[in-house]
Design a protein around this ligand. Structure first.
Ligand code: FAD
Length: 341
């Protein structure tokens, strides 16, 4: 027996559920607290043929209009130790946990693996969909398995990491299985022995210090860097990096490098090179530029921001104009990292 009825809201404003701060409405909004509640909700929605969108904290979404269906949100919150051996410790974490609350707990107890991913907005369920990444680490490196419920049947399915087809900000849940599974919990595998990634610029300072830094020291440094570079969603609406960094053939890179000798680049494999989308956008003169109520963030041109009164169209148009000028100048097609809804 449930203590409290499932929370259902009608004609519900999603303003507080998306970090771009788009003032759109959902026909219905349901927040559930357990897997059983989710299955009950799905059974009911299936009978009405209702359109479903599952969200976390909306930090990678661009709502382009009102959502004529049911928006689901997980309020499943727990962190429990599953097992440990000499080297690793496994934690099972509810999908509705705030991602950074999990990172804070891991760093506090000096378990290594999540510290570089500190302060990324969003919830644990979405982390496994998005394969979040920062400062040389992607979450797939610490995911052990992903617990889900199939939308069509209400049946549970556990995905092992190698079944999730993780790639750069990508997974099977964003492609072949898009919208078909809801993540209810993720099992993470942290390291009990120091295992650090300090290759990213400002974190390299740790390399000249004696001994291995604690997970907490790395987390604190990451938070400082992020606070200095990225807009705080509560102050300035955004969805983080708007575009993915394009991966191009070596020949295309060489063509650009012939004109721009200083083009930043990272080898992906023998034949492909990744170019920072921020550099391309800046070269096209977009840094700090405004379009209606939307703008290109002055400190980091990969981020589009809501100056306070942006409409979805302002952001869609600005993104399209940026794509067009990067295409014209560099013959590179940018692709959004943000999910358009
Ligand atoms: C200022 C800022 C900085 C950012 N920095 C980074 C960064 O450094 N690295 C990075 O990778 N990302 C970054 N992001 C993007 C964002 O934080 C991540 O993509 C995050 O994982 C989104 O989590 P969310 O809970 O807000 O998910 P949402 O944006 O609500 O949803 C994202 C996707 O996941 C799906 N989804 C959500 N929950 C579930 C669930 N339980 N089951 C099934 N599907 C679900 C949604 O349908 C949607 O497709 C940043 C965003 C902002 C605003």
């Amino acid at each position: 027996m449930r203590d409290m009825p499932i929370s259902i809201q009608h004609h519900y404003s999603l303003l507080k559920h998306n970090t771009f701060a788009m003032d759109v409405k959902a026909k219905q909004f349901i927040s559930y607290k357990s897997v059983d509640e989710l299955i009950e909700v799905l059974n009911t929605l299936r009978k009405c043929g209702e359109r479903i969108l599952h969200i976390g904290s909306g930090s990678n979404l661009l709502f382009t209009k009102d959502f004529e269906g049911t928006v689901l949100h997980s309020d499943i919150k727990f962190i429990e130790e599953v097992s440990r051996d000499d080297q690793h410790i496994l934690f099972r974490v509810g999908s509705g946990m705030v991602w950074d609350d999990f990172c804070a707990q891991m760093a506090r107890d000096n378990y290594y693996g999540s510290e570089n991913l500190s302060y990324i907005p969003g919830e644990v369920g979405a982390s496994a969909i998005q394969n979040i990444g920062a400062y040389g680490v992607e979450v797939e490196s610490i995911i052990h398995e992903v617990e889900t419920i199939e939308v069509a049947t209400g049946l549970p399915r556990v995905f092992q990491t190698n079944e999730c087809e993780y790639d750069y900000r990508d997974s099977i849940f964003k492609n072949n299985l898009r919208g078909q599974y809801i993540v209810t919990a993720v099992v993470f595998r942290l390291s009990l022995i120091p295992k650090v990634n300090l290759d990213y610029g400002p974190l390299q300072a740790f390399k000249s210090q004696e001994g291995v830094p604690t997970a907490k020291a790395i987390r604190d440094a990451v938070i400082d860097i992020r606070r200095s570079k990225l807009p705080e969603p509560s102050v300035l609406g955004s969805a983080g990096s708007f575009f993915k960094n394009p991966v191009i053939p070596v020949e295309a890179y060489q063509e650009i490098a012939a004109t721009y000798a200083d083009v930043p680049h990272y080898m992906v494999d023998d034949r492909h090179i990744k170019i920072p989308a921020a550099w391309l956008i800046e070269q096209c003169g977009w840094k700090g530029k405004q379009h209606g109520g939307a703008a290109v963030y002055e400190k980091q041109p990969l981020i589009l921001v809501n100056m306070g009164n942006a409409t979805p169209d302002d952001i869609i148009e600005l993104a399209a104009l940026i794509e067009q000028s990067v295409k014209e100048k560099f013959k590179i097609q940018l692709h959004p990292e943000v999910n358009y809804i």
